[in-house]
Each structure stands twice: as C-alpha cells, then as structure tokens.
Design a protein around this ligand. Structure first.
Ligand SMILES: Cc1ncc(COP(=O)(O)O)c(C=O)c1O
Length: 393
C-alpha cells in the first residue's frame, strides 16, 4: 500500500499529538539534507548554521559517510562487544590516531551524557575518591551524574535529587578552583569552551594551571569535548592544541559530531586510567555497534579527506572579518565552527528574523549571544548570505 505523503500541518499535528512536548520546535519539518542545506517537506531550502545542534560536522548526509553506513548495513547491523569486529577495530584505531598522543584507548557508548557518566565513574575508580569538581556555566548532559555536574541555569534543579559529592568552581578563575580542589577530589570535568552558556572561553594559562592542580592533588582531568572535539575548533581536539597550552587531559569525552548523526559517544583515556579499568567495570549494549563504528570511521575520513579542520579556521577568519563591519555586533566569541555572536541586548528576535530569511542559527543561555555551529564544510559564499541577511535585520 502506498502511503499518502503528509504535509507540514499533518506532520506537526501528529508529532504534537504523539510526542512529549519537551522541545520548542522550529516551524518546519526537515525532509532532506545535503552539505550545509536542508529542505523542508514543503520544498523550502534553509541554510543550516546550527548543524543539527553541532552534530552534522561533515555536512548533512555526506556521501562518504552515507556509503559507509549503507555498506555496513548490508553486512551486519549490530553485534555487541562480546565479539570482535573489523569495523570497530578500524574505528578505534583511527580515533586514537587523531587523539592527543597520551590518550591511547577508547570506550564507545551512545551519547554525550553517557560518555561523561563513564568518565566520572572512571575518575572515581582510578582514584578511590568520590568528589567531582565542575564549573559554573558548563553543560554535561541530563543523566544523574552529568546533570549534577551541570552548574548552569535550571538543569541541576531538574536533576534533583542530585548525585552527592559534586562541587562548583568558577570557570576561568584559578583562585576559585584552588579553594575547591583537595585530596578528596577524584576528578575535574569541564567544557573547554562553554557552548551553551554563550560560547565562554578561558585563556591557555587556565588550562595549564588546571593540569598542574590536578597533578598536585592526584585528580583526574576530564575535558568534555562533546562540542569542541572532532575538528570543530580548528584542531582535532581542543586538548593538546595551543588553545589549551598544549596540555593533555586524562580523559576526553565525545559525542555529537563523532558519528555525523548516528548516535555514538566515546571516552578517550590515557594509560594511567586504562590500566585501572577491568572487565565489566563499564559497559553498554549498543556501544561499539557496527553501524555506529562505520559512521565514526567514515566521519573521521571525510573530515580528513575534505580538509574540514582547515576550513573550520577559514570560517572563523571569514566571519570575524565580515562581521566587524556590522555595528550591531559587539563581539565574537569562540573558535573555528563554534562561534558566539554577541549583540548589545537579547537577540532571540534576530534568530527569528534569520529564520524568516531561511537561515538556521541557535541561541544560548546568554540572551545576547547567537550561536553558530555550522557543518565544518560551510563555504564563504554561504557565510556571506548570513552576513548579508544579518546586516539587513
Ligand atoms: C558539552 C556537552 N556535553 C554533553 C552533552 C550531552 O550530550 P547528549 O545530549 O548527547 O547526551 C552536550 C549536549 O548538548 C554538550 O553540549
């Protein structure tokens, strides 16, 4: 039986009837995606500078990634970590090969929050301690331990009762951490650029000092690179780059861009952590499944083949250059394809006006900051459409 195509109003009313209303949605339904563009059920075309919430780093439906997923699907969709798999072996090897040199092993899971839960668990296992320090403005996910480490707006409250032994320090403020970190601290977790808080940055010295403090107290340093990782900030990872004073954390957590849209998360760990993790300490049914692994390997290859990391830096240069002409833009924060455009006052009406101009952007918890998280393959010509639309708003 051929099903009748639904139009947007049918799709909207059916979703609204059958899905919990946990998201404020944009007023269209996405049907197709290619590169930096998406097409709606009604055939309209939007420039996507939000990248499906920082997920579509390789662009929508990158042909290399689609081919890899299709070919894998025809072989076997899934088998768990109870068996070996060539595609898993290749994906893990490739991911470790682009990681900071001390991070030599991967644990695969399904999402950013799950990667952070496992990272904090490993920190506790490795140190025999319980306390986790995290930072005001950081976002780490919505499961129990991750939301308890999220000192941002309403999130901890939503997650009550919170997991005990979490402590807050001020992002970018070394004195604040010095007063919170101690001999009871298992680990310190942070977003090296706080995206949701409004693309807040800290200077390289902050990261070198964090490394020193963690070493002095025997605490595990965890970088949540769910947004900054996989090329977005102009390096494979924020860790080990000059932005981080070249320091390496003990654990990096990843998700979002890692599978170009196939749900997958990972923890990358160094030898001092991996040597303490035994059989059955961590696990998850779907982690390391074949489709996800095909997506990870192809994502990393596509980023490399299409020189997208270099392009992420060109995107930043181009936007910084062209936006400085616009009086209404007060500052630009961030790096590569993780940028926050700051206006004088609240900017949600600017986001709405851009949407009317067929351009998707994001807001943040700082009402003055418009967030850009475009695919890493966005071109200068596409960016100039954004700049032109913004200049007319
Ligand atoms: C920095 C950061 N960490 C963790 C998460 C949680 O990831 P997920 O939604 O895949 O659980 C997010 C999601 O937005 C994030 O931005």
């Amino acid at each position: 039986m051929i099903k009748k195509r639904m139009n947007f109003l049918d799709i909207k009313s059916t979703e609204d009837d059958f899905q919990l209303a946990t998201y404020k949605k944009m007023p269209f339904s996405v049907e197709l995606g290619k590169g930096t563009w998406v097409w709606t059920s009604e055939g309209e075309k939007y420039l996507d500078l939000y990248g499906g919430h920082a997920v579509c780093a390789t662009g929508h439906s990158h042909p290399h990634v689609v081919k890899a997923i299709r070919e894998q699907a025809e072989k076997v969709l899934f088998y768990s970590n109870l068996v070996y798999s060539e595609i898993r072996a290749r994906a893990a090897e490739k991911l470790v090969s682009v990681a900071p040199s001390s991070l030599k092993k991967a644990f695969f899971c399904n999402s950013g929050t799950e990667a952070n839960e496992n990272a904090m668990r490993m920190a506790r296992m490795a140190t025999g301690r319980q306390k986790i320090v995290s930072f005001s403005g950081g976002f780490h996910g919505r499961t129990a331990d991750s939301i308890s480490a999220t000192f941002l707006g309403k999130y901890r409250k939503i997650g009550e009762p919170n997991v005990p032994h979490h402590a807050e320090a001020e992002f970018g403020n070394i004195d604040s951490i010095t007063s919170v970190i101690d001999g009871e601290t298992a680990g310190l977790i942070l977003e090296p650029i706080q995206s949701m808080a409004g693309v807040r940055e800290a200077p390289p010295e902050f990261f070198s000092k964090l490394r020193e403090l963690c070493d002095a107290h025997g605490a595990v340093l965890i970088f949540d690179e769910v947004q900054t990782g996989i090329g977005r900030t102009g390096n494979w990872f924020f860790a080990a780059s000059d932005l981080a004073a070249e320091i390496e954390p003990d654990i990096i957590t990843l998700a979002k861009s890692l599978g170009s849209g196939i749900p997958v998360g990972a923890c990358l760990v160094n030898e001092s952590i991996s040597s303490q993790i035994k059989e059955n300490d961590l696990g998850t049914t779907f982690g390391g499944g074949m489709i996800a692994m095909a997506a990870v390997l192809a994502t990393l290859e596509a980023i490399e083949n299409d020189t997208m990391i270099e392009n992420a830096l060109a995107v930043e240069r181009c936007l910084r250059n062209s936006l400085k002409e616009l009086k209404k833009v007060k500052a630009i924060h961030g790096k590569g394809c993780l940028l926050g455009v700051q206006f004088e006052g609240p900017c949600s009406h600017i986001q709405s006006a851009l949407l009317e101009n067929m351009i998707i952007t994001g807001t943040s918890s700082d009402p003055r900051i418009l967030r850009l998280l475009p695919p890493l393959c966005v071109t200068e010509a596409e960016l100039s459409k954004f700049v032109e639309a913004l200049s007319k708003i």
